[in-house]
Design a binder for this molecule. Structure first.
Ligand SMILES: Cc1cc2nc3c(=O)[nH]c(=O)nc-3n(C[C@H](O)[C@H](O)[C@H](O)COP(=O)(O)O)c2cc1C
Length: 211
């Protein structure tokens, strides 16, 4: 039988289970890398949910991502400047890509395009997001989203297998209605499932008292 112990609310949780109260993520720092796919709008819910639970959320958008949703939306939701360029650092005295990855508890990429997966699989660092991913020091979660034929492409499949082998985490994609008005595999996982997967990857203790 599984042993149970009380969590901060007095409820019991299974021994060995992550004791973080999913409702309270205060003290945790999460970086959300946002790529250029139609599913960007769903990532607004992910950011809002994390912020409502008290997490510090820094959004990094690729140039393509900003064509779909403006940085202002993510600035309003996160309450922080959105980072879009290697060359316009928000941190004056440190290399931005090192500072940000030092602070992150979890790094999530959503929607993860075929492009960012290919870049990560090959260690390419030609913009802010891909450069951050080469210096990251915490669990990384990719939430891919793309057309079903893109997802089935053998080069994409090989890149996905490679990033998994490197130890990156993946959630989805799911099967269902795609933005190209077809049905297939390539749909971004539901925002609530992405948030649950982020919580699962957080270090196994509360930081609210530690920081
Ligand atoms: C309307 C539209 C929708 C797109 N949706 C996706 C998508 O869901 N997934 C994907 O991998 N690429 C998608 N792309 C292609 C990417 O935007 C393109 O590969 C881009 O170079 C990705 O750049 P990034 O990875 O730096 O954000 C889409 C392009 C357009 C014009």
């Amino acid at each position: 039988m599984t042993a149970h112990k009380p969590d901060s609310t007095g409820d019991t949780v299974p021994e060995g289970a992550n004791p973080i109260t999913p409702q309270d993520l205060s003290g945790f720092e999460i970086v959300v890398g946002i790529c250029g796919g139609i599913a960007v709008y769903k990532v607004c819910s992910v950011v809002s949910d994390l912020v409502q639970r008290g997490a510090g959320v820094t959004c990094v958008m690729t140039k393509s991502a900003t064509k779909f949703v403006g940085p202002l939306t993510f600035e309003a939701l996160s309450g922080r400047k959105v980072l879009t360029s290697l060359w316009k650092p928000q941190y004056a005295y440190d290399s931005q890509h090192i500072k940000l990855t030092d602070a992150a508890d979890v790094f999530v990429v959503a929607p993860a395009t075929a492009n960012i997966i290919a870049k990560t699989a090959n260690g390419l660092a030609d913009d802010l997001l891909s450069t951050l991913l080469t210096s990251v020091n915490c669990p990384v979660l990719f939430a891919p989203a793309m057309n079903d034929r893109m997802w089935a492409n053998p080069a994409v499949a090989a890149n996905v297998a490679r990033v998994k082998k490197f130890g990156y985490h993946l959630i989805g994609p799911g099967e269902g209605w795609l933005a190209c008005r077809t049905v297939g595999k390539g749909r971004l996982e539901e925002p609530t499932s992405i948030v649950d997967a982020i919580v699962e990857l957080l270090p196994n203790h509360s930081k609210s008292s530690a920081r």
